[in-house]
Every structure is written in structure tokens, then in C-alpha cells.
Design a protein around this ligand. Sequence first.
Ligand code: BES
Ligand code: MN
Length: 460
Amino acid sequence: MSDLDKVLATIDADLDAALERLFATLRLKSISTDPAFAAETRACAEWHAADLAAIGFDASVRDTAGHPMVVGHHRAGDGPSVLFYGHYDVQPVDPIELWDNDPFAPKIVTRPDGTRMLVGRGTADDKGQLMTFVEACRAWKKVTGALPVPVTVLLEGEEESGGVNLPPFLDANLEELRADTALICDTNMWDAATPAITTSLRGLCGEEIIVRAADRDLHSGFYGSAAANPNHVLAKILADLHDADGRVTLAGFYDGVPELPAALRDSWAKLDFDADAFLGEVGLSVPAGETGRSVLEQTWSRPTAEVNGMGGGYQGAGFKTVIPAEAHAKVSFRLVFDQDPHKVRDAFRAHVRARIPADCTVEFHQHGSGTAVAFDTSGPVFQKTQGALTAEWGKDAAFVGGGGSIPVTTLIKQKLGVDVVMVGFGLADDRIHSPNEKYELTSFHKGIRSWARILAALAG
Ligand code: BES
Ligand code: MN
């Protein structure tokens, strides 16, 4: 029996213990965006540092101006080294009433067909995923007393809330984090049977705006039509972000957005994506993006403007005839190729200011920003990873694009100058960021086995 076979057998035998460890971190409410959970977020960092130390990592909780990072090192000869990144923070749970169970009391649910899923906040994004890598390391250590390659683990505590402390942390610890390849487990499989390596992610630019008019809420009969209404002003600003073809109207928005390179177009065409099923699964049927673009293009290689939140005026039960003093919106832009988040922010602010009438003012708040990232997959690490995934799943791993953002990926490429191999075992229906988030037990189990194989492949 080879070492790898022994490691895989150990992973199978120890699955229940791995689930218990996962559930221990899932119970900690590491909601990074809400200051009320700061202490529990730190407790979660401490849990992960202790867990890595138990495997034999030299691990510590590292303070930042926000939530701490966890860094652990494990040496192993002089083979090619890896930096593994995951995030231990989670999204808020609201609307809480839509959860079938306590989001922080994780449980295993068995479906009528016998398949099992892990349900709870963070099961898929990202604690369940990051623990697949950690458990693979644990199994290698248990069986051979060593890891196949030197590993540094970096766990962030504010990926879900802007991550403003990540760039300075990377800059301050560049030498310590240096590795030959970076690995991230925070993405999806192609489908439940087909593993995937995500080769690109979109960037992001987040903006919050508050439009104000009168110095108080007004009676809409007494003042109606004489007084500027911030809700109307804001609605117009937001409606004007897109033209009739679904294109974003900001000046210069498509600078740095080329047509999809032919090789990528061909490779995506071969994936045989079912757009009807993709939309159907969430109760939709008609792609709402740019006309003439496929759904894969719309979500992987085209930029967006999305209103993520908006409000103003009376939101309570019943009815209230009021002209509100202010209206607000949170808007994000997903960016592709070489779009510059700072230019997009400037163009958005110019778009807004040009539509602010007399007597109205606008206030801007800047949220996260990051550029898109893409990797050339012809390099050996991508091929080795693909081989390892194919061996585990019995199906060729697909090279896919990603519509979401994982800001660290761009930063690692820029600051450390290495490839980032993004392998994840999430599924499109995992409901990340939503009520009843889940992770398939198969994702967790075969995810651990996959990383065990990938570590071996990278060493070879
Ligand atoms: N894991 C996700 C991103 C993701 C999801 C990639 C599914 C591929 C498939 C990540 O944790 C996330 O949600 N990121 C945020 C980042 C933002 C807050 C800066 C996102 O994409 O909205
Ligand atoms: Mn997320």
C-alpha cells in the first residue's frame, strides 16, 4: 500500500472526527461585518490556530487593525512550497426567520435519497472548504509523520467584509508568506460529479451613496411636488446605470474589457453549460444581462453594475404619506480583465453628481475594491492538480471561470508573483450568503481526499 493509499484510508476512517472538528468551528459566530461578534470572531481565529498547532504547524493568531489573521507554517524538506488561503469569517445570518435551524447549530441532514448534507452558516463558505485542506494535512501527518510539501496556511477573518487589512498584512509579511504556489479552497465544482479548477475571478468595486434633500421628513400632501424627493433622485440615478441593452452606461466603463479570447471561448463552449437549469434552480427563466451574451459570459467575463441594497422613506407596516429627507443605496460593480476599480469609482461618482438636482446633496462611502484576476493554466501546477482531481473523481476536472471575487487571489498574484490554483468543492445550490447554507458531505469527504492527492502530486 502506498503512502497516499494509507492517507486516503485514514481520511475515510477518521471522517466522523473530522466532522466533529468542523462543527466546533461552525458553532463559533465569526460574523466579521458586525462588531457585536468581534470577540467570537477572535475566538474562532484562536480555535483554528490551536487546531493547526495540534497537527504540528507553528501557528499563531496575528493581530491586524481589524479581525486577526491565522498563520501556520509546516516545514517539509526542500520541495516546492505552498501557501494555502482560506477565510474563517462568515456572512450575517439575516433573514434569520428563513432558516429551518439555528445557523450556528450545524447538523447533518439526510435526504430521502440517502445523500447527506451539512447545514449551517459557513459550511460551504468557507469553513467546510478550508477544513478539507486542513484535514488532508492532518491525515498525511498521522500516516507519515510529515507533509509531502512545505505548507503555510493563511486564514483571513474579514474576507466577507471588505478585507481592508489584508493588503497591509501581506506587505508586512511578504517574506514569511512566500511560496512557490498558492492554493485556495473557496470556489465551486462544475457540478456534483465534476471537479473544477477556477482560473479567473471578477474584481469588485463597492460604493454606498446617500442622497439628501429637505432637512426633515415631510408631509407628502403639504409639500408634494414642491419638495425634491430623494427617493426619486436616487431611483433615476440607479435606473440610468444601464441602457436598454443591459450595458453599463458609466463613462469609460468598458475600457480594458476585450472580447473573450478565442481559446477561452472554445473551452467554455465545451463545458456544455445549461443556462435554463442554472436560472431554473433559483426560479428564473430569462437571462437579464447584456443582450447577445451567453449566461456564462455574463457571469464570468462581463462586468456588472448591481444595486445590492436601497432604501428611503417609510419601510414599516401599513402606509405613510411622507417625502423622506434621505435615500440610500449600496451598489457594486463586478470587474473583469483590466478594468481599474478606482476609475470605475470615479466614473460612478461623476454619474451620480451629474444627476443631483438643486437642493439635493450626496454623500459617498467607499467599500471594497479589487481588480479581476486570471491565470494561464498551461503551467505544471495546474496540470498536476487536474491530474489529482481526475484520479479522485473519475472525471476530468474542468477549467472554469468564476463570477465571484476573492480579493486575496489578485493580491497574491501581484505581491508574491505566483500562480493561485483555486480548487473548491462547493455546488451552485449551496446557498452561500443565504439562509440554510449547506455543504454536501461528499464535498467535504472527497474534498479532503482530493487535497491529499494534490499535495502528493505537487511534491512529485
Ligand atoms: N467564496 C466566495 C466567492 C465565490 C463564490 C467564488 C462562489 C466562486 C464561487 C467568497 O467568499 C465571496 O463571497 N466573496 C465576496 C467578496 C466580496 C465581499 C469582496 C463576493 O464575491 O461577493
Ligand atoms: Mn463569501
